[in-house]
Design a protein around this ligand. Structure first.
Ligand code: GUN
Ligand code: ZN
Length: 424
């Protein structure tokens, strides 16, 4: 393997950025054939140890960790930009009809290929992904991710009520299918399975109970769902599950809150919900472009930090409007000002970047595995070209420090900034 020479971005365990102007990254294959970081640091300090190795030298470029998207729907790739008055009409009018097409495995395979290409073009090397209720939609995505050697966590959606023909599944069969898919895909190469109840209102008690039983039986499998996104959705969930203390508590009552559980949105929480997230070591997938597009509300970063629960950034395509982590980080910056404004603070560019890389990995239980370029991490990385557009070149050339450089890329960046995506 070559070693790599360029500017290099990585993070400390506390989430501070480390930046080498002239950096070195060396990798080596582990027993499974995955490239892992062997050394990362300054060229002057480390290059002597690698004399004789081929050098890939990228002057003027930045090697940075591949991005981690904590929540995205591959079957909604073609739903992006469908306007609606809010979440529930958007699901009914656009999303459910479109997802019904994934009963066709050939169609699912075509979309899966495009989806994975689009993630990689945007520098996203790990994703936690919803499929549809059709088991074949999971096979299509897993096959595609496996063929690229990509880290992909995904699952079959569970939705056995309040859903139209074409996407509604049958309680018992849905749980059998979930277990079959866990055994087929979880832990194969870089793939992981996520038990995926769509959201509480579209599952019966029996389906949620069965999902919780599978979560207990397979403790290293992930769980993903949605919670507290939209006021009408919350009212509906509370009516359907009056015995639970809150919308979030419904999931807890069915054994669906634990480590490796990821809940998208988490906007309309009270302090008890936030404390429960922390207690259960359950993480929030924060989806700012989606929340702005569907007018859902603002995730409260300040209160999340105060409560001390895990979270990271996510695109939520197709409620979200972009595959680009730069667009997501910029939207998070705008949203963060709402919560932090009271303290006169904004989210820093280093914090935003961390929340979409090493911080997101930590939230997903993949700390030290992806999202960073420290020794031992799987070596997924992007090569950024800060000269990719005339305006980026002009603005980044005037950056006086690391924060200004990162901020310029967050504000002006998109897929053009990603010159190359390298999977481990
Ligand atoms: N809640 C239930 N399903 C969905 C979905 O597909 N997208 C979003 N944003 N929220 C949901
Ligand atoms: Zn979603």
């Amino acid at each position: 393997m070559p070693i790599y020479r360029s500017a290099l971005l990585r993070f400390t365990p506390e989430g501070a950025a480390i930046f080498e102007e002239d950096g070195l990254l060396a990798t080596e294959a582990d027993a499974q054939g995955t490239q892992r970081v062997l050394a990362a640091g300054s060229w002057s300090a480390l290059s002597g140890q690698y004399a004789g190795r081929e050098v890939m030298h990228w002057p003027g470029r930045i090697i940075a960790p591949g991005f981690v998207d904590l929540h995205i729907h591959y079957p909604q790739t073609d739903v992006i930009g469908s306007p609606a008055d809010g979440l529930l009409p958007w699901l009914e009018n656009y999303t459910f009809p479109h997802e019904s097409r994934f009963s066709d495995s050939a169609y699912a395979a075509e979309v899966a290929r495009f989806f994975v290409d689009e993630l990689l073009r945007n520098g996203v090397t790990s994703a936690v992904t919803f499929c549809t209720s059709h088991p074949g939609s999971v096979d299509a995505l897993m096959h595609e991710a496996q063929s690229r050697h990509m880290r992909m966590i995904a699952g079959k959606v569970l939705q056995d009520r309040h859903s139209p023909d074409g996407v509604r599944d049958a309680t018992e069969q849905s749980l059998i299918d979930t277990e079959t898919l866990i055994q087929r895909w979880h832990g194969k190469d870089r793939l992981g399975y996520a038990i995926t109840p769509r959201f509480a209102p579209t599952s019966t008690d029996a389906q949620l109970r069965g999902a919780g039983e599978l979560a207990a039986k397979y403790p290293d499998v992930w769980i993903q769902s949605h919670v507290a996104e939209n006021r009408d959705e919350i009212r509906w969930a509370r009516e359907l599950f009056p015995a639970s203390r809150s919308y979030l508590s419904i999931y807890d009552d069915f054994g669906l809150m634990r480590e490796r559980a990821l809940y998208a949105h988490c906007i309309h929480f009270d302090d008890a919900d936030r404390a429960l997230m922390r207690e259960r070591r359950t993480a929030a997938a924060v989806c700012p472009t989606s929340n702005l597009f569907l007018s859902s509300g603002y995730f409260d970063f300040a209160k999340a930090d105060e409560a001390g629960f895990l979270y990271g950034l996510a695109s939520d395509v197709g409620g979200g409007t972009s595959f680009s982590p730069f667009h997501t980080m910029l939207a998070a910056y705008y949203v963060g000002r709402e919560g932090h404004a009271k303290q006169g603070q904004s989210l820093s560019p280093q914090a935003l970047w961390w929340q979409h890389t090493a911080g997101a990995a930590r939230a997903a239980g993949l700390d030290g595995i992806v999202g960073n370029l420290q020794p031992g991490c799987e070596a997924d990385f992007v090569v950024l070209n800060p000269q990719a557009t005339p305006l980026l070149a002009r603005r980044t050339a005037q950056a006086r420090d690391l924060d200004e450089l990162l901020f310029a890329m967050i504000v002006l960046g998109d897929d053009r900034l990603i010159e190359r995506t390298q999977l481990a």
